[in-house]
Design a protein around this ligand. Structure first.
Ligand code: M6R
Length: 616
C-alpha cells in the first residue's frame, strides 16, 4: 500500500504553467486509492530540499500547506496507508536524514528497522517519527559519512543490502541536484519515460499525464533518473533496459472521473465496455490455446486469489466443474501454506489478481513455483509482478480501476475465467463443437446484459438504500452459483457501507444463521436460474421470522406471487447460467454504492482499506 511518485523535468515548460507542487499533488491524486491517511512532497528548490507533509487527504493537506506555491523541477511525493506509526503529521512521508540533504518516500515495510534504528541512534542519529522508513534516510547518511568519496549510488547499494523486507523508494539528495534515486524490492515501481521529463511511480495512472512509455522495474533494481537520463543497476551491473520499454494503451481520460461523482459509479458504468474489450481480446489471445492445453494435461488444478479475485476464482471452479467436468482446488492466497506441500510438477495454479501486486497472491505463486508446478496469472495490469513471475499470463482489458472496490475488474475476471472454462470443456472433449459455439455465443451477451442490469436495477438500488443505510447487519443468500456470487455482493456492502453482510448458501441458513433473523432484518436472495422452488422455500422461512425480504430477480411476478411484500430488484432475463453474474452482480454493486452515498461515506476510499495490498 502507499503510493509514491517522483518527477524530474528539463525546464518548467514541461509542466505547462503549473508549479512542481501542483504537479506532484495531481500525480498523487492518481494514486490516492493506494492509501489516503496522510500525504507529503519534497522538492529540490535552490539547491535545498523543501518538505511539506501532513495528516489528511491529498486536497486537504495540499491546500493547507500550499503545495501549489512550491517551485522547482525535481520532486517526490507520497500518499500513505499507515503500517508502522499512527497516521499523523510527523509520520507522514517524506522523511529526512539529520542534515536534511536526503529526503525519501517509501512503499513497503522494513522488517529489521528496529535494530538499524538502535544502531544508528547509538551513533548519534536523531529520529523524529515512529516509522520504519525514516531509518533508510539515516542509514544513507551514515553510509555516506563512512568515506567521503563514496557516490550516493554506492551508498544506496550498501543500504539496500542491509534492509530486510519490501520497498519501492524514491529519494532526493540535494548535493546531486536534479536527480531522483530509486530502488525496488517486492513493492511495485515503474519508470515513466517522457519527453524532457522522466518519472517514477507505484502505478501507471500517475505517469499518464506525461507519458505512456514505461519501464516496469524488477526486484533488486536500483538507480536514478534525471530529465534526460535513466540509469538502472542490479548489483554491480548496469542493466540494459531498452528491450523492456513498453507502451501502455491506458489514457488520462481512463483515470479521471469524467463527470461521474465517484470512480466507483463510473467503473460500474464502464463494465459493458470493459467486458466487450475483454471478451474480444480473449478471442485473439495467442497464449490461450497453450494455457488450456496445460490445464487439460495437468494432474491437479489449484486456484488462488484474495478478496474479489478469490470470488472470481470460485466462479471459475464452478464452471470448470459444470462445463469442463474437472474438479479443482481453490484456496485463499494468504492460506497457501495449507496446500503447497502437496503440489507436484504436473499441477497448475491459476493465480488471479487485478493489480498483479497483491503480496499474498505473489507469495502463493512463489511457493507454488518452488514445487515445480506451473502458474497461470490472470491480471489487469501489464507486466505487474504476478504475471511477470508466472509461467503464462492472461490479461483482462478492464482499463485502470481507481475505486478501491473491485467492480469492473470482477466481471472481467469472471468473463475471462468463464471463457477459459468453456475452452477447457471443448479441448477436453466434454463439449461438442456445437455446444461449444453455443456457449461462446451466450457469453458474448454478457456486456449487453450488464448494461440492462445497470439500467433495471439502479432506481431500485437508490430507493432501497434509503432504508438500508440504517441497518447494522444483513444476509445475502443464494444457491449454487448464486451462493458464490453472494460472496462478492456481501464484500461490497462490508467494504463500502461498513455494514455487516454475510453471504451464505440459502439451504445452509437453517443450520444456524436463521437464529439472527427478527423483525426488520434484511435478507437478500439472488433468484438464479436453478433451484428456484427451493429458493422460494428459503425466502418464506425468512419471511415467516419477520425478516425483510429483498430479491434480485428476472421474474418479479414469481416473487410477488409467493411473498407479497418482498422488495424486488429487477434484473434482465437470461437463459443460461453462464450469464448469471452479469445479470445479478451490477445490482449489488449499485446497492452498495448508493448505501455509501446515503450514509455520506466516500465509496472510492473506504476506511482502513487500500486498493493494492502489498503487506502480508
Ligand atoms: O489486486 P487484487 O485483485 O490481487 O486484489 C485483491 C483484493 O485485495 C481485492 O479484490 C479487494 O478484496 C477489493 N477491494 C474488493 O473490492
Amino acid at each position: 500500500m502507499c503510493g509514491i511518485v517522483g518527477v524530474t523535468a528539463a525546464d518548467s515548460s514541461v509542466f505547462q504553467g503549473k508549479t512542481i507542487g501542483r504537479v506532484l499533488r495531481e500525480l498523487l491524486k492518481m494514486l490516492e486509492y493506494r492509501g489516503y491517511d496522510s500525504v507529503g512532497i519534497a522538492v529540490i528548490s535552490d539547491g535545498n530540499i523543501v518538505v511539506r507533509k501532513g495528516k489528511g487527504k491529498i486536497d486537504e493537506v495540499s491546500d493547507k500547506l500550499k503545495f501549489d506555491e512550491i517551485t522547482g523541477l525535481t520532486g517526490i511525493g507520497h500518499t500513505r496507508w499507515a503500517t508502522h506509526g499512527v497516521p499523523n503529521d510527523t509520520n507522514a512521508h517524506p522523511h529526512k536524514d539529520c542534515e536534511g540533504s536526503i529526503a525519501l518516500v517509501h512503499n513497503g515495510i522494513i522488517k529489521n528497522f528496529s535494530e538499524i534504528k538502535k544502531k544508528l541512534a547509538g551513533k548519534g542519529h536523531v529520529f523524529k517519527s515512529d516509522t520504519d522508513t525514516e531509518v533508510i534516510a539515516h542509514l544513507l547518511e551514515d553510509k555516506l559519512s563512512d568515506h567521503n568519496r563514496k557516490t550516493f549510488l554506492t551508498a544506496l547499494k550498501e543500504v539496500l543490502e542491509e534492509l530486510e523486507g519490501s520497498y519501492a523508494l524514491a529519494i532526493l539528495y540535494s548535493r546531486d541536484g536534479e536527480r531522483i534515486y530509486f530502488a525496488k524490492k517486492l513493492s511495485p515501481l515503474i519508470i515513466g519515460v517522457g519527453n524532457r521529463v522522466n518519472l517514477v511511480a507505484s502505478d501507471i495512472p500517475a505517469l499518464l499525464e506525461y507519458t505512456s512509455t514505461i519501464i516496469p522495474l524488477k526486484d533488486g533494481e536500483y538507480g536514478w533518473i534525471s530529465p534526460d537520463k535513466i540509469v538502472i543497476k542490479y548489483g554491480d551491473e548496469l542493466v540494459d533496459y531498452k528491450a523492456r520499454i513498453k507502451t501502455v494503451d491506458w489514457s488520462i481520460e481512463n483515470v479521471s472521473k469524467a463527470g461521474y461523482p465517484h470512480f466507483m459509479l463510473k467503473e460500474i458504468y464502464e463494465q459493458p465496455l470493459a467486458l466487450r474489450e475483454t471478451f474480444y481480446g480473449l478471442q485473439s489471445d495467442p497464449n490461450l490455446e497453450y494455457i488450456v492445453e496445460r490445464l487439460v494435461e495437468s494432474d491437479k488444478v489449484y486456484i488462488t486469489g484474495a478478496g474479489t479475485s478469490f470470488h472470481a476464482g470460485l466462479v471459475f471452479k464452478y464452471f470448470l466443474s459444470k462445463i469442463g467436468g474437472r474438479a479443482s482446488l481453490p484456496f485463499i492466497s494468504s492460506e497457501y501454506m495449507q496446500v503447497t506441500e502437496e503440489v507436484g510438477e504436473n499441477d497448475v495454479l491459476i493465480a488471479i489478481s487485478q493489480s498483479g501486486e497483491t503480496i499474498d497472491t505473489l507469495t502463493a505463486v512463489r511457493s507454488f513455483k518452488i514445487t515445480g508446478g506451473k502458474v497461470i496469472a490472470v491480471s489487469n495490469v501489464l507486466e505487474s509482478a504476478i504475471p511477470r513471475e508466472s509461467d503464462f499470463a492472461i490479461y483482462m482489458r478492464a482499463g485502470p480501476e481507481i475505486g478501491v472496490a473491485a467492480t469492473k475488474t470482477y466481471l472481467t475476471q469472471v468473463i475471462t475465467l468463464s471463457y477459459i472454462a468453456i475452452q477447457y470443456g471443448y479441448k477436453s472433449g466434454r463439449l461438442t463443437s456445437s455446444e461449444y459455439r453455443d456457449l461462446i455465443e451466450k457469453l458474448s451477451y454478457a456486456p449487453q446484459l450488464t448494461e440492462s442490469s445497470i439500467r433495471y436495477s439502479e432506481p431500485f438500488a437508490k430507493m432501497y438504500s434509503k432504508d438500508l443505510k440504517y441497518k447494522k447487519s444483513m444476509y445475502i443468500l443464494g444457491r449454487g452459483l448464486g451462493s458464490i456470487l453472494a460472496l462478492e455482493a456481501a464484500l461490497k456492502v462490508k467494504e463500502i457501507d461498513y455494514i455487516h453482510a454475510e453471504a451464505y448458501p440459502a439451504g445452509e441458513s437453517k443450520h444456524g444463521p436463521i437464529a439472527l433473523v427478527e423483525k426488520g432484518f434484511p435478507v437478500f436472495f439472488l433468484y438464479t436460474l436453478n433451484h428456484r422452488a427451493e429458493l422460494v422455500g428459503n425466502m418464506k422461512e425468512m419471511h415467516s421470522r419477520d425478516g425483510e425480504i429483498y430479491v434480485s430477480t428476472p421474474d418479479q411476478e414469481a416473487i410477488r406471487d409467493s411473498i407479497r411484500d418482498a422488495r424486488v430488484i429487477p434484473v434482465p432475463i437470461y437463459d443460461n447460467e453462464i450469464l448469471e453474474p452479469y445479470a445479478h452482480i451490477p445490482a449489488y454493486q449499485l446497492l452498495s454504492y448508493y448505501i455509501a452515498v446515503e450514509k455520506g461515506y466516500d465509496p472510492d476510499k473506504p476506511r482502513n482499506l487500500a486498493k493494492t495490498v502489498t503487506v502480508e
